[in-house]
Design a protein around this ligand. Structure first.
Ligand code: MG
Length: 264
């Protein structure tokens, strides 16, 4: 096994594929993923996308190998069933859903306030599913900065209330559920240790899996936001000198070759 890495957790948008791009896997990444899988490694895509949306993305990616696990909405863990279908892995998802139902019931005053604020803001759109707000979309990232400041000011009124931010998208969630904690559970379920785990991502919603707590080996592509670059550096990880899929390929190659964290 390359450098003792048995499990890789990769973000999808901005990490495996660029934006804008045609969504196809670049040749260097295709090779690096194929080599890692050929060495017996496990591959998890850890994304903010929904399950149908990431399945669609994987089809367009057209990589030579397939992921073993999917973490969707930054919280739910899936593995392949015997017929190739994606299934809940363990009871994590059921507990996750129950805890969110309980949280969002308590969060009704926050949602009422958010609805009121959004109705007066032309640059923010509220996403609702089943009569409950699930998240927000803003016209640009500066608007999202303002939205996040507003939510930060009110979230302490409901213990456990938090959010995941990714570019112009924000999703409401329980503070205990994020890419990092989902990766920790995936390690527990697969018997892979933190030292044998590698994670890579580019944006705010990746920070929880890049601080070294759940994966000993971390990296980001060159397009990562400054906050991610800082977290990766603090955790002794690597900042690739190429963006998106090319950067991820270089990070995987460096980990496989046990290159030092600097000078690459
Ligand atoms: Mg991303």
């Amino acid at each position: 096994m390359a450098a003792g890495i048995r499990l890789i957790s990769t973000d999808f948008d901005g990490t495996l594929v660029g934006h804008p791009s045609d969504g196809r896997c670049v040749p260097s990444l295709a090779r690096a993923l194929a080599e890692f899988k050929a060495s017996g490694g496990l591959w998890a895509i850890n994304t903010g996308r929904s399950l149908p949306h990431i399945i669609e993305g994987i089809a367009i990616l057209d990589a030579p190998v397939q992921p073993d696990f999917l973490v969707t909405h930054e919280q739910e863990i899936h593995h392949r069933g015997s017929a190739g279908e994606w299934r809940d892995f363990g009871d994590w998802n059921a507990v996750c859903r129950a805890r969110h139902t309980e949280l969002f019931r308590r969060a009704a005053p926050i949602f009422q306030r958010v609805r009121s604020l959004v109705s007066a803001a032309a640059d923010v759109t509220l996403i609702e599913e089943k009569d409950r707000p699930t998240g927000l979309i803003t016209t640009d990232e500066l608007v999202m900065d303002r939205v996040v400041a507003g939510i930060e000011a009110m979230r302490s009124t409901v213990p456990g209330f938090h959010y995941q931010r990714n570019t112009i998208y924000l999703r409401f969630c329980h503070a205990d559920y994020h890419k990092g904690s989902a990766l920790g559970e995936l390690c527990r379920l697969t018997g892979v240790s933190r030292d044998e785990t590698f994670a890579i991502g580019d944006h705010f919603n990746d920070l929880s899996m890049l601080d070294g707590r759940y994966a000993r080996n971390v990296a980001c592509p060159a397009n990562a936001i400054p906050e991610v670059r800082a977290a990766v550096t603090a955790a002794g990880g690597r900042i690739a000198d190429a963006p998106f899929g090319e950067g991820t390929a270089r990070a995987l190659d460096a980990v496989a070759q046990k290159k030092p964290a600097v000078a690459w």
